[in-house]
Write a protein that binds this ligand. Structure first.
Ligand code: SF4
Length: 758
């Protein structure tokens, strides 16, 4: 099959004209007439004048501004907000079709309690008073028994007001177990903290960069950063060069000026190999290294022991060695390094939107390339964005029970001596519960966002762990895979029905805060999760009640945002350019006050682990290579929602017949590899890994490296509606977690696999 780059360009949405370039909206429009006749729940708008309401899409962390057209109390159409600094009018298909979820059959229509066995899908309607009373009584009982630390909360974010309120509730109540679901940014945030001493996110000035070196980021394939990247590409001058390093020809790779197919799992070696060439040839920014770098050269700790610096570390990654590890030629490695170093405004990017998580070492190795370029706080470079501080808080006092509870170690092991700098380790939660002797260390779980039974690696282990938790509350808007296993459903409204502050999206190079607002009246008997938490706090009384002096979430937002509330109500967002301070003197808050190439804090943490090796950890995939000779890699697609919330029917309808056919998912496989296994286009086959197996069909694709099998993330749902449930398989159920030794984060970039004709 001949790969024509132009045919991929049409798939990519870019800038101001982004949504019109993609076939997706046209396909959606085309299908509406036929399909809507089959959906009894598709609203038929009344005649009347249109109104346009500015809001923000909260369906992923991307934070794209939207304008919603309404007639009467019906949301009719969602478009990109042209003046929004994140996306400048661009949108992905998930937002375009969001009204289908608003009016669709997957909504939970009111509070319910389980009426049968867990997972049977039998529910009994209850009142909000009964629902809140049930949670309050359970939490009060655990506190009375001196076990507040056995309450845990899983949230999909720790950055907005409602997640802060939930975290504050746990602190006032007496539990340290606020856990954020995994994201592709976990390793980047930790790398930022270790090498720059800042808690926050790494921002990239994509609009002004002239060379973007992407280590497998799904910049234009999935959500997360799609809006901002599409918008930036629409604005860039033609000289900007995107180089995509990735084992398969994704839409991002097809849009790039250069696609570099490197073996998956070799990104750390490649980043260090590029560093080798840049250092060897003296192409780094000497002034930045001299004035703001630490551990570029070998360094001594307080005890006088010498440790290798970056120069020594990359010494071992000569192009010939890296060529073997990556499958690239030495010439390509040398050329990439020089192109990056000689660019005026280069950025090296890792982790954004990727389907597979990065290891900490990969994040550090890629981040170090930016330090070699000395491109911090410069137009077209990297900006350090602190975690949100736009909400003002009242002081909080806690009682003895809360104080004792908060001092218990976290159930996921984050912040322990072993993983001192890691804030959340959601993938360790199932093991912590499954390996516990006696009662589950989690007695009550509040699922306040995310869909862990779908998105956690190895969902079977997570399912087993959830079965051991006596009391599970889901705040989900939809019947998702986690809600299916809950005891109580307390449905949160759809994002077009409620307020929600949205902090600076990952990857943005300056602060942008947006406000989602009620565009239409709630369709069902839902309540904002934060309103429920505030009510439970008031019911529990004492110091817990005192920690929540607000009537409800809206009252909290108005008071905490003070003057910014007016701007948010008027414009839908506000941005703050102070985060673009160009002074380098105060931006590094490490103990050395410099950018640390070999972070001392990482070294100390590894030393604490008894791991004194001052090198780089390669994440090996478990499994017998003779029995599992291939490697399965997940990939994201802009047309398949791969997070907590499943596809809308329209999105599913836009999938090509070589991605999903009826209920079968296709895996991509190189024709050479396929012929070794006697496989032809469309064949039914079984993919097997250590973690599980899936029935699939074969799609021969020359744009994937031999030896790999690629499968889209986001399918294999059991929850949601008939329009998506039962289609394909969940690729994460085939990939067992692989713990990063330095951080404990899951760094499984794939799984050893075998494929055989069915
Ligand atoms: S990228 Fe995320 S925030 Fe932006 S439109 Fe898509 S789903 Fe919404």
């Amino acid at each position: 099959m001949k790969i024509d780059r132009r045919c991929f360009l049409s798939l990519v949405i870019g800038g101001a004209v982004g949504t019109t370039l993609t076939p997706v909206p046209w396909k959606l429009t085309d299908d509406i007439a036929i399909w809507s006749q089959n959906w009894p729940w598709t609203p038929v708008p009344e005649d009347g004048p249109s109104k346009f309401v500015k809001s923000v899409c909260t369906q992923c962390p991307g934070g794209c501004g939207i304008t919603v057209r309404t007639i009467g109390d019906r949301a009719i159409k969602i478009e990109g907000q042209p003046d929004h600094p994140v996306n400048n009018g661009s949108l992905c298909p998930r937002a375009i079709s969001a009204t289908q979820h608003l009016y669709g059959p997957s909504r939970i229509q009111g509070p319910m309690k389980r009426a049968g066995e867990r997972g049977q899908g039998k529910w009994e309607k209850i009142s909000w008073d009964e629902a809140i009373k049930t949670v309050t009584e359970k939490l009060a009982e655990l506190r009375t028994r001196g076990k507040p630390h056995t309450v845990a909360c899983i949230s999909d974010t720790d950055g907005n007001g409602s997640s802060y309120l939930m975290d504050r509730f746990l602190q006032a109540y007496g539990s340290p177990n606020f856990i954020r679901t995994p994201s592709s940014a976990d390793a980047q945030e930790l790398a930022l903290y270790l090498s720059c001493g800042r808690q926050g996110t790494i921002g990239y000035d994509f609009r002004k960069a002239d060379f973007i070196l992407s280590f497998g980021c799904a910049l234009m394939d999935g959500c997360d950063t799609a809006g901002q990247v599409m918008s930036a590409f629409g604005e860039q001058d033609k000289k900007t060069r995107l180089v995509q390093i990735e084992a398969r020809l994704s839409d991002t790779a097809a849009k790039a000026a250069q696609w570099v197919p490197a073996k998956p799992g070799s990104e750390t070696a490649l980043a260090l190999g590029l560093g080798h060439v840049i250092v060897r040839d003296g192409l780094y920014n000497k002034a930045f290294i001299d004035n703001h770098g630490f551990a570029f050269e070998d360094w001594q700790d307080d005890a006088g022991n010498t440790h290798p610096g970056y120069r020594s570390l990359v010494q071992d990654h000569s192009p010939d060695k890296v060529a073997k590890a990556t499958g690239l030629s030495e010439k390509v490695i040398e050329s990439l390094a020089r192109s990056f170093a000689r660019a005026h405004r280069p950025v090296a990017v890792s982790g954004l939107g990727s389907a597979a998580p990065d290891s900490l070492d990969q994040a550090l190795a890629v981040f170090a390339l930016n330090a070699l370029a000395g491109n911090f706080q410069k137009p077209g470079g990297v900006f350090l964005i602190d975690e949100p501080d736009y909400l003002s808080w009242t002081e909080m006092k806690i009682d003895k029970t809360a104080s004792a509870g908060n001092q218990h170690p976290r159930v996921d092991g984050a912040g322990s001596e072993k993983f001192a700098h890691t804030r959340y380790l959601p993938n360790r939660l199932p093991e912590a519960i499954n390996s516990a002797k006696g009662d589950s260390p989690v007695q009550a779980l509040l699922v306040a966002g995310g869909n862990p039974l779908y998105t956690l690696a190895d969902p079977r282990a997570a399912q087993k762990a959830f079965e051991k938790i006596p009391f599970i509350v889901s705040f989900s808007t939809f019947i998702d895979e986690t809600a299916e296993q809950a005891d109580l459903l307390l449905p949160h409204p759809h994002f077009l029905e409620s307020y929600q502050d949205v902090p600076t999206p990952r990857g943005m190079a300056h602060t942008v805060v947006s406000l989602a607002r009620p565009v239409v009246k709630p369709q069902y008997d839902t309540r904002h999760m934060a309103d429920v938490v505030i009510q439970i706090a008031k019911n529990l009384g004492g110091f817990i009640e005192n920690a929540f002096p607000w009537k409800n979430y809206e009252d909290f937002l108005r008071k905490s945002l003070s003057d910014q509330w007016k701007t948010l109500e008027k414009k839908g967002f506000w941005s703050d350019s102070r985060s673009r301070d160009t002074s380098l003197d105060k931006i590094f808050r490490t103990s050395s006050q410099r950018f640390e190439f070999f972070p001392m804090s990482k070294f100390a943490a590894m030393n604490g682990n008894g791991n004194k090796k001052a090198g780089v950890e390669k994440i090996e995939l478990p499994g017998n290579i003779d029995k599992l000779p291939l490697v399965l890699v997940p990939y994201t697609s802009m047309r398949i929602s791969d997070g907590a919330v499943a596809n809308t029917p329209f999105m599913t309808k836009t999938l090509d017949a070589n991605v999903v056919l009826e209920n079968d998912v296709f895996v991509e496989i190189n024709p050479k590899t396929a012929s070794e296994y006697g496989l032809s286009q469309g064949d039914k086959a079984t993919v097997k890994t250590q973690a599980g197996r899936a029935e699939v069909r074969v799609n021969l694709f020359e744009g994937i490296m031999p030896g790999l099998v690629a499968m889209p993330a986001g399918l294999g749902r059991t929850g949601f509606s008939d329009y998506i449930a039962g289609k394909g398989a969940n690729v994460y159920s085939l990939i067992a977690p692989a713990a990063d030794p330095a951080s404990g984060l899951n760094a499984a970039w794939g799984a050893r696999a075998a494929i055989a004709k069915a």
